[in-house]
Write a protein that binds this ligand. Structure first.
Ligand code: NAD
Length: 445
């Protein structure tokens, strides 16, 4: 099939590449000229495991191309995926300007039947807005061309995006047109080998499904973070509690790991947008407001522990202290720093007068854009420990899971680890001679 993907970010580039890999002709479009030029030279703007090889191969084999010329791409494509950003506006609602801009250009340039697919995460009712904008443009041109708008939210996880796209748990298609539903089914059929869960539903339900999924996951995280904070106060171990509750098949084990709060480009903005959608529909989504508030407070838990342990009670409580940070990206296997808890944690440490040196396998370049020279960086996870007062673990990269503890001990001024991701067994690490402060595991808060 001839496909155009508009917006060559995490979602668009992965989706476009995977559609090309399954034999389609895909044109990826972006307004960012540097990004498009880079992609033509094999420079991948994001870090996503396995992506680079797939892009280079499909580009070389002629199934994947890159352009800034949306008008030309639309003319030759049947299916047009809109995968541009939908950042939060000032009031928390999803900002649809980029989605609607794209719809406008499509309306201005289409010559025959087109399917427009909302792949971006967009609030309920957006498909109607997209349809309205395209109709308006067609009217201006005095043309009456048939088109259809589909909602096809994306559930991929950064860090595992290729695998998620190739072998999805489910694909949701919102459409009110049987023929379009069949075309979308055919497009996705190569990806239905793991499960045949392609769920066709009405457009509004598909739009809501994406928000409900992310809101549910964010709720699980905030719930478990509060349980962990209470465990810390009561001398209980949240890992044991997780085992205990996860074994109930109604609950399950997934997504019940406490930590330093959720981040990334999706959960925070999607939770905010759903709260706003509810408000606009005279409904108070109290639960999600609490989820958000808990998450903001959770980002402070690790620094609170650091202050209690190393601070002197003054406003510049950590002056003269150096904290080594392991992990900057909002989660492992990505370089994405959007809404990363590390940003709040490091900013607070700096405000309190501490010096910060940080390691991350992929996100240092992104972190430099935020912190510049206010912190120091190293590509060596041990180098930053030399002379630091403590190590604080913020992101659970695999390379932090079984480190050389003896080496850590010789490098740190004091064998003190604040673990925002509960990577180690408290009893074992204490035996190894460390003071260890995880989240919800040893009664110290
Ligand atoms: P991104 O910021 O990485 O990429 C968006 C791209 O769109 C950018 O390259 C930007 O230059 C381009 N763009 C903006 N306006 C354009 C226009 N008019 N024409 C062409 N290109 C344009 O965003 P992302 O993370 O890929 O997310 C895109 C959407 O998918 C969002 O709605 C997001 O909520 C949703 N989503 C993201 C993820 C994820 O893991 N990142 C997962 C599921 C859904």
């Amino acid at each position: 099939m001839k496909i155009c993907i508009i917006g060559t970010g995490y979602v668009g580039l992965v989706a476009g590449t995977c559609f090309a890999e399954s034999g389609n002709d895909v044109i990826c479009v972006d307004v960012d000229e540097a990004k498009i030029e880079g992609l033509k030279q094999g420079v991948i703007p994001i870090y996503e495991p396995g992506l680079k090889e797939l892009v280079i191969r499909n580009f070389a084999e002629g199934r994947l191309s890159f352009t800034t010329d949306l008008a030309a791409a639309v003319k030759v494509s049947l299916i047009n995926f809109i995968a541009v950003g939908t950042p939060p506006g000032e009031d928390g609602s999803a900002d649809l300007q980029y989605v609607l801009d794209v719809a406008r250009v499509i309306g201005r340039n289409m010559e025959g039947f087109k399917i427009l697919v909302d792949k971006s995460t967009v609030p309920v009712g957006t498909a109607d807005k997209v349809r309205g904008v395209v109709r308006e443009e067609l009217q201006k041109r005095g043309r009456d061309i048939e088109f259809d708008v589909v909602s096809n939210p994306e559930f991929m996880k950064e860090g595992a995006a290729i695998d998620d796209f190739m072998k999805p748990d489910r694909v949701v298609i919102g459409t009110d047109n049987v023929r379009t539903g069949e075309i979308m089914k055919e497009l996705y059929s190569p990806f239905m080998r793991k499960t045949n869960r392609l769920i066709i539903m009405d457009i509004r339900s598909a739009e809501m499904t994406k928000y409900a999924a992310n809101a549910m996951l964010a709720t699980k995280i905030s719930f478990m973070n509060q349980i962990a904070n209470l465990c810390d106060r009561m001398g209980a171990d949240v890992s044991a509690v997780r085992e205990g509750i996860g074994s109930d098949s109604r609950i399950g084990y997934d997504f019940l790991f406490p930590g330093v709060g959720y981040g990334g480009s999706c959960f925070p903005k999607d939770v905010k947008a759903l709260v706003k959608t509810a408000e606009e529909n005279d409904y108070d989504f109290m639960l999600l407001k609490a989820v958000e508030e808990v998450n903001e407070l959770q980002k402070l838990v690790l620094t609170d522990k650091i202050i209690r342990c190393l601070g002197d009670g003054s406003t510049e409580s950590l002056k003269g202290r150096t904290i080594a940070i392991w992990g900057l990206s909002f989660k492992p296997r990505t370089d994405d720093m959007r809404e990363a808890p590390s940003v709040v944690i490091i900013s607070r440490l700096l405000e309190l007068g501490a010096k910060v040196c940080a390691h991350d396998p992929e996100a240092i370049k992104e972190a430099r854009k935020i912190f510049g020279d206010r912190i120091t960086y190293s590509n060596n996870q041990y180098e930053i420990l030399k002379g630091a007062d403590a190590l604080a673990i913020v992101t659970e990269w695999n390379e932090y899971r079984t480190p050389d503890f003896e080496r850590i001990k010789t490098l740190l001024k004091r064998p003190l680890i604040f673990d925002g991701r509960n990577l180690y067994e408290p009893s074992r690490i204490k035996e190894a001679g460390f003071e260890y402060l995880p989240i919800g595991r040893n009664g110290k808060h």
